[in-house]
Design a protein around this ligand. Structure first.
Ligand SMILES: [Zn+2]
Ligand SMILES: [Zn+2]
Length: 234
């Protein structure tokens, strides 16, 4: 730790990513007892928790054909996790992205290597939204993760060309329509290999799968995803 970092540590002490209280670790003792990491059984496709091992897939994945291969998340999107991701996205707690990436690396580093990922691509924000927020939260995670894995991050390969409404405000049908033609590849897309998409939350999978579909149409081999949190699968 250099002097500047020491001074910053006094001015801005590290806080727990799940309650905001000053804490030596990224997760304080109280929260570490409360927060549950996703555990088996989870859906073999999207990674949502499911009720029974024999089920294999959640009800969404049983009835849908996705363009991505498989995805995984760290936590269920509820309680303190929901709070944490909200602060990370809307209250400039970019610093949480470092811890999220460390957890993704710890839990799924081996899985990423096994899937022979060539490039990491964060789900883009529309440029207007990015300007307003100041950063793309998925890119923050992707950059930290790329460093840990020594893998390239291409945040310019895909752009969001339509400023879509937040998915959570829409019905299932509207969601699909909302995302149709929402993304485009750019001249910076020149990969032909396996892609790992990074997003903050996985709900219906429409966002991740729209980008997976596009990239596969444009020559990607296989597309995988990782998110921080995910909805319940039953
Ligand atoms: Zn805490
Ligand atoms: Zn599923």
């Amino acid at each position: 730790m250099n002097l500047i970092e020491k001074c910053l540590g006094v001015l801005y002490p590290q806080t727990c990513c799940f309650c905001g209280k000053v804490s030596k670790e990224h997760i304080c003792k109280e929260c570490s007892e409360k927060i549950t990491y996703l555990e088996e059984p989870v859906c073999k496709k999207c990674g949502k928790p499911i009720r029974y091992e024999e089920q294999e897939y959640c009800s969404d994945c049983q009835n849908t054909v996705f363009f991505y291969e498989q995805g995984k998340s760290v936590w269920l999107h509820t309680g303190s996790v929901r709070w944490s991701v909200y602060q990370f996205k809307y209250h400039n707690r970019r610093i949480y992205g470092k811890f999220y990436a460390q957890e993704l690396f710890r839990l799924y580093g081996k899985w990423i290597r096994e899937n022979k990922i060539d490039v990491i691509i964060p789900i883009p924000l529309h440029k207007k939204r990015k300007r307003k927020r100041g950063y793309n939260q998925s890119e923050v995670i992707a950059r930290h993760l790329g460093k840990l894995l020594n893998l390239p991050v291409n945040a310019r390969a895909v752009v969001r060309v339509r400023n879509t409404k937040p998915q959570k405000e829409l019905s299932h049908k509207e969601r699909t329509r909302n995302l149709r033609d929402a993304f485009r590849v750019t001249k910076y897309w020149n990969e032909r290999g396996n892609v790992l998409l990074i997003d903050d939350i996985y709900t219906t999978g429409n966002t991740v799968d729209s980008v997976a579909k596009l990239l596969r149409q444009k020559g990607a081999n296989k597309v995988w995803f990782l998110t921080i949190s995910i909805g319940q699968g039953f």
